[in-house]
Design a protein around this ligand. Structure first.
Ligand code: VG1
Ligand code: CO
Length: 543
């Protein structure tokens, strides 16, 4: 088979963000754009010759074509073997699992995760390392640098392979194994979670709805919940992955998963509701009549994890991203374990997990995970919740309320201002930074600033320092506002404002989140001059 070296010219915009390179599909469709980026990744993989590479994506529009290109480029680069999910599919957590299990050197995960799909939507490519987790910043920066100077890429001249059939074929010298995308993952879940207890729960008449939002988790949820655990057929809805996610915005939050919310807050709510995102690494948990914030979910999973076989021993520690509420910190304190605070993005958990410093970790953006892989894992979180419900025999809302009674409640909300002009958004952050030294002691409505900073993270394992990871303002009244710009958007800038207030008093645990947080919202808007600087009087999305 002939390997061709194709001359190319570099692209200057191939810098990966919070989780891989994400752009509009139309950007990725430019001639040589995909090839350049993949070549830039491969050029930074040491020891590719003869090694195993995993390839798969969330099935969104353009997935098929990029999988074929990636396979031909891998063959040209000298990889010994590629493992690719049937139909080119692999959820992000399953890709992480397959990389680890088959000792691959890494994996290409094709996804723009929670971003919308379809020809007018977004596409994305990320590289995961041999540990199964997203590439660290040093790697992604090297890729960006390479992409900005690339003069050629390598590809073999071969026909497309049939991704529909499980089995082995050769592309040049390289073996391509088309694998069942669910099997390895399901086997891992069975080791960690008490499947017997959950099956008994379903047999007793327990009902749930899992909304896969027409994204990648459908086949996984159907195989595990309905197949292995005996949940009634129809438990999983929107279970077929579609290139445009059936028009759904595959971000599992109360706004975008509105059908599920309506059901769970209505009179016919089943016992438990859950959803997942485009690439299957996020989870949304809804109890009857009660949305569980991801920050609370992490805390609750931390305090109950010992009920699952995979976590029966003492937890090593827990970690949360900085904007995530401090609910998990209180549980960690009670358990006598460490709680680490990291910047936003899963790549920052990898070192802590590899070093055995933590067992569980999570983010406010509906990501929860453990040391079983190196990505957040949507379905795993749902299964761990089911395990806890099955063992405690308590309703989900009761678990949440008991948690608040024991630890206090963190009222939490996030305001997103999407598609802002990049210039003013950066100016807002810079102006805020400049204000920081003068803020402590200042009063905004009923709140007084206690302290504030621009979060810088020193990795406890490799001591690398990551500055400017979000501005946090702490108020004396046990409230907090955090500001940062999104690193996953594809048009303009998105300002995220994270708002929370701690309420220890059990008599005040049933208030409306919007009401409790109104003074914090007001103070945050005033401090950052959001309306004046963005021209927006309201956020685009409130979750
Ligand atoms: C967002 C979330 C972050 C998450 C990232 C990737 O990043 O805030 O917590 O890790 O998406 O999630 P940003 O930079 O837009 O705030 V996923 O499920 O889209 O890979
Ligand atoms: Co995702």
């Amino acid at each position: 088979m002939v390997t061709t070296r194709i001359p190319t010219t570099p692209f200057s915009d191939q810098r990966p963000g919070t989780s891989g390179l994400r752009k509009k599909v139309t950007v990725f469709q430019q001639p040589r754009y995909v090839e350049n980026f993949i070549q830039s990744i491969f050029d930074n993989v040491d020891g590719a010759e003869g090694s195993t590479l995993v390839i798969g994506g969330d099935g969104r529009f353009f997935n098929d074509a990029v999988v074929q290109t990636a396979i031909k480029m891998a063959a040209a680069h000298g990889f010994g073997r590629v493992l690719v999910g049937q139909r080119g599919l692999l959820s992000t957590p399953a890709a992480s699992c397959v990389i680890r299990k088959h000792k691959a050197i890494g994996g290409l995960v094709l996804s723009a995760s929670h971003n919308p799909g379809g020809p007018d939507g977004d596409f994305g490519i990320k590289f995961n390392m041999a540990h199964g987790g997203p590439a660290p910043e040093a790697f992604t920066e090297a890729v960006f640098k390479r992409a900005g100077a690339l003069t050629e890429y390598k590809i073999v001249d071969a026909p497309d392979i049939d991704l529909g059939r499980i089995g082995s074929i050769k592309v040049g010298e390289m073996t391509v194994d088309v694998i069942d995308p669910v099997a390895d993952y399901a086997e891992l879940m069975e080791q960690l979670i008490d499947f017997e207890a959950i099956a008994t729960l379903f047999r007793s008449g327990f009902r749930m709805r899992f909304d896969a939002l027409s994204a990648i988790t459908g086949p996984y949820a159907k195989a595990i919940l309905e197949g292995r655990l005996g949940a009634p057929a129809g438990t999983v809805v929107n279970g077929e992955p579609k290139p445009d996610f059936g028009g759904h915005h595959p971000d599992p939050n109360p706004v975008h998963a509105h059908d599920l919310m309506e059901l769970m807050l209505g009179p016919d709510a089943p016992d438990f509701g859950a959803a997942s995102d485009g690439d299957g690494d996020r989870n949304m948990i809804v109890a009857p009549g009660l949305f569980v914030t991801p920050s609370d979910s992490l805390a609750i999973l931390t305090s109950h994890a010992h009920l699952a076989p995979g976590y029966a021993k003492v937890l090593a520690g827990v970690a949360r991203s900085m904007p995530t509420s401090r609910a998990a910190d209180r549980v960690a304190k009670k358990l006598g374990i460490n709680c680490f605070e990291t910047p936003t993005g899963w790549k920052f958990f990898a070192n802590l997990l590899d070093a055995g410093l933590i067992t569980l970790c999570g983010e406010e953006s509906a990501g929860t995970g453990s040391n079983h892989i190196r990505e957040k894992d949507g379905l795993w979180a749902v299964l761990l919740w089911l395990n806890i419900l099955a063992v405690t025999k308590k309703p989900a809302d009761q678990i949440v309320r008991e948690h608040w009674a024991a630890f206090g409640r963190d009222y939490y909300t996030r305001h997103d201002y999407e598609e802002l002009e990049t210039g003013p958004a950066n100016e807002l952050m810079n102006a805020l930074r400049e204000k920081l030294p003068a803020l402590p002691g200042q009063r905004f409505g009923s709140l007084t600033v206690q302290s504030c900073d621009d979060f810088a993270y020193t990795d406890p394992v490799d001591k690398s320092v990551t500055p400017k990871q979000g501005i946090r303002i702490l108020f004396k009244e046990d409230a907090r506002a955090v500001f940062r710009l999104s690193g996953t958007g594809t048009s303009g800038a998105t300002l995220r404002v994270y708002l929370e207030r701690f309420e220890p008093d059990a008599g005040r645990h049933n208030l409306s989140t919007a009401e409790v947080l109104a003074p914090v919202v007001q103070a945050a808007n005033e401090i950052a001059e959001i309306a004046a600087r963005t021209g927006r009087s309201e956020p685009s999305v409130i979750t």
